[in-house]
Design a binder for this molecule. Sequence first.
Ligand SMILES: C[S@@+](CC[C@H](N)C(=O)[O-])C[C@H]1O[C@@H](n2cnc3c(N)ncnc32)[C@H](O)[C@@H]1O
Length: 286
Amino acid sequence: MCKELVNYLNLNKGGTVLDCTVGSGGHAEAILKRIGSGGRLIGIDQDRDALDLTKNRLLKRFKNCTLVQANFRNMDTILVELSIDVLDGIIFDLGVSSLQLDSAARGFSIRLDAPLDMRMDSNLKLSAFDLVNFLPEENISDILKNYGQERWHKRIARAIVRERKKSIIVSTRQLVDLVRRVIPYRYARIHPATRTFQALRIAVNDELTALREGLNKCVGYLKKGARVCVISFHSMEDRIVKRKFRDLAKEEIFQLITKKPIRPTEEETKTNPRVRSAKMRVAEKI
Ligand SMILES: C[S@@+](CC[C@H](N)C(=O)[O-])C[C@H]1O[C@@H](n2cnc3c(N)ncnc32)[C@H](O)[C@@H]1O
């Protein structure tokens, strides 16, 4: 949705833009081309590995790009350090990147055997290993229910606790096999462990609270007429964005540019199936 995102941002040459989830820098590069050498892009990502790769790629070609390892919930601290107090555009492209999913060692993928980690920021104290092995059954069940909308949350939590009494759960493969054993197969339209992995990832990275904080903070930095674009990948994220934009529109702080979310084209979904659940919402500061 890169082309749509850049078009919706409606940027002029010389603009200053904050990319809250710079990842591999695909969107950042398209924005840098749009704002030209007189513009400035600040890219944030909490993932050190992603940032190192992107630094190598982008900083050589664009002198007007600053990359910072941080959680976007701390954007205010970063912008103060960079002496930036107004922005012409802000983007959030939420969730996990292909780079993270395809890196076996990170433990995000249900298809690759890896240590149970799932931390986007490796400085975080707790990983999926800690949640799975040390949380009480009720808390695991709540995480699976609230962040994964997993119908079988109680059953999976019970099985996790039963399993870890026998041996500690260290790998993604162990967890996948356990979930497979306890979910009745006929109910699984998607991979049976998808919701469990999503829930644990959201909990480990505190993703929904970070999103709420990031959205609250970004409002104060947008110039009049500047836009914020958010791409989300599941209904919980999209609901947060939708409500925040709607509330700010009621207060006449935002004007909604997309009444309904923009979805990827069929063509894009064919070439990149991971974007099939993406929804983009755009709002403009009044
Ligand atoms: C879908 S990818 C972004 C891809 C990027 N737009 C590109 O063009 O390559 C999401 C990225 O956001 C990062 N991320 C997720 N939540 C974050 C947060 N709260 N603060 C900073 N980065 C975050 C992840 O580490 C990941 O690299």
